[in-house]
Design a protein around this ligand. Structure first.
Ligand SMILES: Cc1cc2nc3c(=O)[nH]c(=O)nc-3n(C[C@H](O)[C@H](O)[C@H](O)COP(=O)(O)OP(=O)(O)OC[C@H]3O[C@@H](n4cnc5c(N)ncnc54)[C@H](O)[C@@H]3O)c2cc1C
Length: 318
């Protein structure tokens, strides 16, 4: 109920206008968001790298409404890849396809992606295609398979709340396409997704095991020295039990720590990020930046009632 309400708000234009106009909202949101431009985000990336953490950078934005917006978003990612390269930081890039026109025109989206992948190839970097709601899961995966044939530095995301995910994991790992395993951040009907948290958690463990099993089939690819190219599986969760179960299973298979990575969101469970990094596991922090922070921020509030309390307590602070 609580989660559904905040996910509803994340899509409500009136709420976006209202909340983005409150100055204090940014103060709270900035706990999860690295700033508004490339200069801001590179500063944060350098700082995380200094702590031994790798990064994936996300220029915030989704559901673009105009062709011009998709072109501007494409240019931003091209500039971002250039900045990552020139600053020589340990970071790759995550993108959402609706920011590049998937909901407007598939060909437009493909052309925008083509330009991004050409730049990624020139800059020797990796692009992760984030997963959005289930109405575009298949289209997203189709584009991943299509680009994989010309550009190997591509990966995507699997959401353990979807019933279809086991089949998708099998297909993606057969092609050795890197997967980020997440629980899923959108409101989905019981027709397509497990309604109970326990089932989502159990499926997360199961799908992670399948990915860990496939590491040998893919010839044990390790994270690259510069932290840009990830291994086959990223365990992306702040849920310690999910991470511990994955590590336990990887140990039974005697997998090296560099054949999988742990991912967490910027500003969440920094203690865990530090702990696993100090234990020698590659940890990657997902760092978003940009002016379109509203839906991302609402999804983070939806995940944890304590965040809403934090939000409102800041409202009354000077
Ligand atoms: C690197 C990364 C990339 C992601 N990419 C995608 C994507 O492409 N598509 C998608 O649908 N979802 C994505 N997600 C979000 C994911 O689906 C979950 O919604 C989110 O990670 C919360 O689930 P959890 O696994 O952390 O477990 P939960 O059971 O939700 O949380 C476990 C514990 O983590 C802490 N925690 C979790 N969320 C928060 C929060 N917002 N604030 C403070 N503490 C928190 C709390 O201590 C909580 O008890 C991504 C998550 C990560 C970490």
């Amino acid at each position: 109920m609580f989660r559904a309400f905040f996910i509803f708000l994340s899509k409500a234009y009136w709420a976006q206008k209202l909340i983005m106009n409150w100055k204090f909202a940014w103060r709270v949101a900035s706990r999860f968001i690295a700033g508004i431009n490339i200069v801001d985000v590179i500063k944060v990336v350098k700082n995380l790298n200094d702590q031994g953490l790798n990064v994936t950078v996300d220029h915030l934005g989704e559901n673009a409404l105009t062709v011009e917006d998709t072109l501007a978003a494409t240019k931003e990612v091209i500039d971002l890849l250039e900045a990552i390269n020139s600053h020589d930081v340990h970071a790759n890039v995550s993108i959402k396809l609706t920011q590049f026109g998937l909901n407007i025109d598939k060909e437009l989206c493909k052309n925008n992606l083509q330009n991004i992948f050409e730049q990624a190839k020139n800059m020797e970097n990796f692009i992760r295609i984030d997963m959005e709601d289930s109405s575009i899961t298949q289209e997203t995966l189709d584009l991943v398979y299509w680009f994989k044939t010309t550009y190997p530095g591509i990966g995507t995301v699997i959401q353990s709340y979807l019933y279809r995910s086991e089949k998708d994991v099998m297909n993606l790992t057969n092609e050795c396409i890197p997967i980020r395993m997440v629980k899923g951040a959108y409101k989905e009907p019981a027709l397509v997704a497990f309604p109970k948290k326990k089932d989502v958690d159990d499926n997360f463990d199961l799908l992670t095991k399948i990915c860990l099993d496939k590491i040998s089939y893919c010839d044990y690819p390790e994270i690259s020295e510069n932290g840009r190219f990830p291994p086959i599986i990223a365990i992306a969760s702040h849920d310690e039990s999910r991470i511990e179960n994955a590590i336990h299973y990887a140990n039974t298979k005697e997998l090296s720590k560099r054949t999988y990575e742990i991912q967490m969101l910027y500003g969440i469970r920094r203690d865990l990020q530090k702990k696993y990094s100090e234990q020698g596991y590659p940890v990657r922090v997902y760092v978003p930046y940009g002016t379109h922070w509203y839906p991302y921020f609402m999804r983070r509030l939806a995940e944890r009632p304590a965040n809403v309390w934090f939000f409102f307590s800041n409202l009354f602070r000077k």
